[in-house]
Design a protein around this ligand. Structure first.
Ligand SMILES: CC(C)(COP(=O)(O)OP(=O)(O)OC[C@H]1O[C@@H](n2cnc3c(N)ncnc32)[C@H](O)[C@@H]1OP(=O)(O)O)[C@@H](O)C(=O)NCCC(=O)NCCS
Length: 192
């Protein structure tokens, strides 16, 4: 039994490596997906790319392969869901422990390749991440930040029950400095 199954957390069927193109599926990544995750993250966050301004400054470009494998190996307190088009990783969303507050998951790593957007495909990855967090006994809520001018991401989360609770000045991967809005979404119903 895997670490996820031991905690009653649903697992999705792996997409076979020889899957034909244009079969879209969402599943949790494993350590063997470290290279695919690295490639997609570096594509999303490359400083000259149009989405770089939506990702906080980080040192991922210098990480060795083991760190990428650790970053996607699922544990009861860390998961990355990936969207696959055949054997190609085209989107990711992650959740892990938020170190500034107990019983809280931090959501991040949210990216879907441009060709796949506005087709309700991201919705499938959002749903997988949210289900994992809701079923996870370690968490009562999820928090995440969104750059203030990221209209699409804010519209999605504000329309789905997230509430802004703080703003923070951040440096972003394109070298800019701008406000981030912090959001919270409860993962358990309040007790009556
Ligand atoms: C943010 C991003 C992933 C959104 O992708 P997208 O293709 O526009 O998303 P979709 O078309 O699947 O839309 C999600 C839909 O699911 C809906 N939804 C339903 N349940 C949801 C849930 N639990 N959580 C989130 N969305 C949910 C949303 O409301 C939205 O529907 P709408 O278009 O009617 O509002 C994509 O634009 C992207 O990768 N952008 C660049 C990187 C980025 O900005 N990352 C976020 C950093 S914070």
């Amino acid at each position: 039994m895997t670490a996820l199954a031991q905690h009653g957390i649903a697992e999705l069927e792996p997409q076979p490596l020889d899957a034909p193109p244009h079969t879209f599926c969402v599943r949790a990544l494993n350590a063997i997906d470290g290279n695919a995750f690295r490639a997609l993250r570096l594509e999303a966050t490359r400083p000259e790319g149009k989405d770089a301004k939506y990702f906080a400054e980080n040192d991922e470009a210098t990480w060795p392969p083991e760190r990428w494998r650790e970053r996607v190996a699922p544990t009861p307190r860390l998961i990355v869901f990936g969207a696959w088009d055949g054997p190609q990783l085209v989107g990711v969303m992650g959740a892990w422990d938020y170190d500034r507050r107990d019983r809280t998951a931090l959501w991040g790593n949210t990216y879907l390749r441009e060709d796949y957007r506005r087709q309700r495909r991201a919705e499938l990855i959002y749903a997988a991440r949210e289900t994992w967090t809701r079923r996870n006994p370690h968490y009562d809520s999820a928090v995440f930040f969104i750059r203030e001018d990221n209209k699409r991401s804010r519209e999605i989360h504000e329309g789905n029950g997230a509430v802004m609770f703080a703003k923070e000045l951040k440096r972003w991967r394109d070298g800019s400095t701008a406000m981030a809005c912090w959001y919270e979404k409860p993962m358990r119903s309040p007790t009556p």
